[in-house]
Design a protein around this ligand. Structure first.
Ligand SMILES: C[S@@+](CC[C@H](N)C(=O)[O-])C[C@H]1O[C@@H](n2cnc3c(N)ncnc32)[C@H](O)[C@@H]1O
Length: 206
């Protein structure tokens, strides 16, 4: 509870995100660099690693859980990473917070598979439609998951929605050569690897 309260004192946690719709570059980042989202970011490991690798791009981590975001925001401040901010909100609000073409890429590492509630999955039709409202043309969306059912569900939703599927990997660490960005490991990925699970990946555009 204390951590959640402390979140609003962090300069890199945005309290009233809908206020910045269409204004993220101007009012928050003070530059015209591209904006990448990490949805269900947990401790923000993808956003932080990408922000360090690409200082001329902007990153925004979004999660519902304050305690995880506290760690993400604190790490960013300690490491003095200035091109990343965090928002505590439900991902279904993204179209209230970003305008058309404001976002150029989305990473979704290890989202909750929600076995009983397909529409809550971050790759359901409902979310594909939301992504269409904020993304620039041909923007890439990256999904990493250990969950075979979510992986298959995503592939069939993408086909149904006529999305362009650019890359499908069934077992990331079985590949001789991988994009180095796919080797960034989050807390949940490390846990799944320890449990001997395959890591799957899909890159697509909506
Ligand atoms: C399985 S964890 C993965 C966390 C992190 N991406 C990782 O790989 O370590 C899923 C995260 O998604 C968040 N989450 C689930 N549904 C969400 C939603 N609709 N909006 C925002 N965050 C969500 C949860 O709070 C949780 O932190």
């Amino acid at each position: 509870m204390q951590r959640i309260r402390a979140l609003s004192s962090f300069t890199n946690v945005i309290d009233d995100p809908s206020h910045f719709k269409g204004l993220w570059n101007e009012d928050i980042f003070h530059n015209d660099h591209s904006i990448t989202l990490e949805l269900g970011c947990g401790k923000g490991e993808y956003a932080l690693a990408l922000a360090q690798r690409f200082p001329k791009q902007n990153f925004i981590g979004i999660d519902l859980k304050g305690a995880r975001l506290f760690i993400a925001a604190q790490n960013a401040l300690e490491l003095q990473i200035e091109n990343v901010v965090f928002i505590r909100m439900h991902a279904e609000k993204i179209a209230e917070v970003f305008s058309k073409n404001e976002v150029t890429e989305i990473w979704i590492p290890f989202p909750d598979p929600y076995p009983k509630k397909a529409r809550k999955r971050l790759t359901s039709t409902k979310y594909i439609q939301l992504y269409r409202q904020i993304l620039s043309e041909n923007a890439a969306i990256h999904l990493k998951t250990d969950d075979e059912k979510l992986f298959e569900f995503t592939l069939s939703t993408l086909q149904q929605e006529n999305c362009a599927i650019q890359e499908v990997i069934h077992d990331l660490y079985d590949q001789a050569k991988r994009d180095e960005l796919l080797e960034i490991q989050t807390t949940f990925e490390k846990r799944h690897l320890r449990d001997g699970k395959n890591i799957r990946y899909i890159r697509f555009s909506v």
